[in-house]
Ligand binder design. Structure first.
Ligand SMILES: Cc1ncc(COP(=O)(O)O)c(C=O)c1O
Length: 456
């Protein structure tokens, strides 16, 4: 089995960095002159791109992005899922233009007729009968957690090590010797994590039960598969076990499908028959227009009604001025009803399957000890095999140098991969040819890494 030659890797990274810098003078110049932007970018995460400076965007349509240096990319990052529907899909553009321009009223604090249509569409897909809208998945998680605390009268959130649910304070936890401790890098945590959080390992039902036995967990917050530390898939019976344990110990189950919506038209919830009490989604459902949503079961709605003291219509901590605004609602209606259709998912999943087979073949041919996981329309490789079972195992396989090399190698060949680990996501516009080019570039990257074929 080949080992990664670190010196060789460093040489390859230097080569790709040099190409990147040479080919992107305008992006580099704009980054260098952005003296009023904290970190040189409009949002600090945009500093994560490999190569020392980010591409500066010129425009994007479908699965193509162009930069200010005139390059075109086949986009597999898709805004880290925000653009899973493709960039500026025609139906969403038309709906947004109509609401913002023709009709007017982007933000009014008044409902529009199509809001019910969006909620009904979410019910058809994910099953929960009642919905409320937000501006981000982070907010949807925060507000759903507050409602869970209200109805259970308990304080804590049970999360999984190395999960990510947006900037939700309670979720930046990993297991420590005496309970939850902060993940490294957690910025300005309001209180020590053991005050708010119980933490377990994904795929470890016994560990979950030990945490629930404390009797203070209001809600288990999880993705159906972890997607922010590579993809960690659930083992058979894990999600069913979680549902059963939540019920047995009086906690609610909150399923966050912001990323795992890639599993299909009704996300993993429909595909795997999950039964959440609370549900969160965001990012992709607005076709790029800020939005999010949380769903509530009938039981939770009934239990909320038993708390007339809870201020849901003013400053009680659930809601926001621009949440549920007519522009977001118009974007969600068009994106859900006209773009992310069942037929679109069939194509996206077929492309992701082709991609998974292609990169698996490339990895196997050179004998690298890596694994590939796919969840519907998204897939990625992790630098360990067999595939990790928990967030902690997956975190241990992180390799910043390998990430940088793969990202830059692909970028220099016209392929955009998400800056966060190696996720590749398919949009309705992604074609077999796009996938084949990605696989070809990936194959070249791993061949060079272990010096096969190219050494001859
Ligand atoms: C599973 C999950 N939930 C919630 C969020 C937060 O989304 P946003 O940053 O749009 O609020 C993310 C972001 O990556 C996520 O991966």
């Amino acid at each position: 089995m080949p080992q990664i030659d670190r010196e060789r890797l460093a040489v390859l990274i230097r080569r790709e960095r040099a190409t990147y810098a040479r080919e992107h003078p305008r992006s580099r110049e704009l980054f260098g002159s952005a003296g009023h932007l904290f970190g040189g970018v409009p949002m600090t995460w945009m500093g994560k791109w490999s190569g020392g400076f980010p591409l500066c965007l010129a425009g994007a349509h479908g699965n193509r992005i162009t930069d200010v240096d005139g390059h075109e990319y086949r986009d597999f990052a898709l805004g880290d899922t925000g653009a899973m529907a493709g960039h500026s899909p025609a139906a969403t553009v038309a709906a947004v233009a109509r609401r913002y321009g023709e009709l007017g009223g982007a933000t009014t604090m008044l409902p529009t007729a199509e809001a019910e249509e969006v909620a009904a569409q979410l019910t058809a897909r994910f099953g929960l009968p009642q919905w409320s809208f937000t501006l981000s998945a982070t907010d949807a998680n925060r507000w759903a957690i507050r409602l869970a605390r209200l109805v259970t009268g308990r304080s804590k959130v049970l999360t999984f090590a190395y999960c990510y649910h947006g900037s939700v304070d309670e979720a930046f936890a990993v297991p420590g010797p005496d309970g939850a401790v902060s993940r490294s890098g957690n910025v300005g945590a309001p209180v020590p994590l053991d005050r708010t959080t119980r933490v377990a390992e994904f795929n470890d039902l016994a560990g979950v039960e030990r945490q629930l036995q404390h009797g203070d967990v209001a809600v288990i917050l999880t993705e159906p598969a972890l997607t922010n530390i590579g993809i960690v898939l659930p083992e058979p019976g894990f999600l069913e076990g979680l549902r059963e344990l939540a019920t047995r110990y009086g906690a609610l189950l909150l399923i966050d499908e912001t990323h795992t919506f890639s599993a299909g038209w009704g996300g993993a919830t429909r595909a795997w028959g999950l039964q959440p009490d609370l549900f969160v989604i965001g990012k992709s459902i607005g076709g790029g227009i800020p939005c999010g949503a949380y769903g509530l079961s009938d039981d939770v709605v009934g239990r909320i009604a038993a708390h007339p003291e809870a201020d849901l219509v003013d400053v009680g901590g659930v809601g926001g001025t621009l949440a549920g605004n007519p522009l977001s609602v118009a974007a969600m209606r068009a994106t859900l009803c006209d773009v992310l259709t069942e037929q679109a998912f069939d194509g996206m999943i077929a492309r992701a399957t082709r991609y998974t087979e292609g990169i698996t073949r490339a990895i196997e041919e050179v004998g690298l000890p890596w694994s590939v996981a796919r969840l519907g329309a998204r897939a990625e490789c992790r630098f360990t095999a067999p595939a990790p079972r928990t967030g902690t195992e997956s975190a241990a396989a992180a390799d910043d140098d390998l990430d940088e090399y793969l990202h830059l190698h692909l970028l220099d060949r016209g392929i955009l991969l998400t800056p966060f680990h190696n996720m590749a996501l398919m949009s309705p516009d992604t074609t077999d040819d796009d996938v084949d080019r990605h696989v070809a570039a990936f194959t070249e990257a791993v061949d060079e890494l272990v010096a096969v074929r190219t050494a001859a």
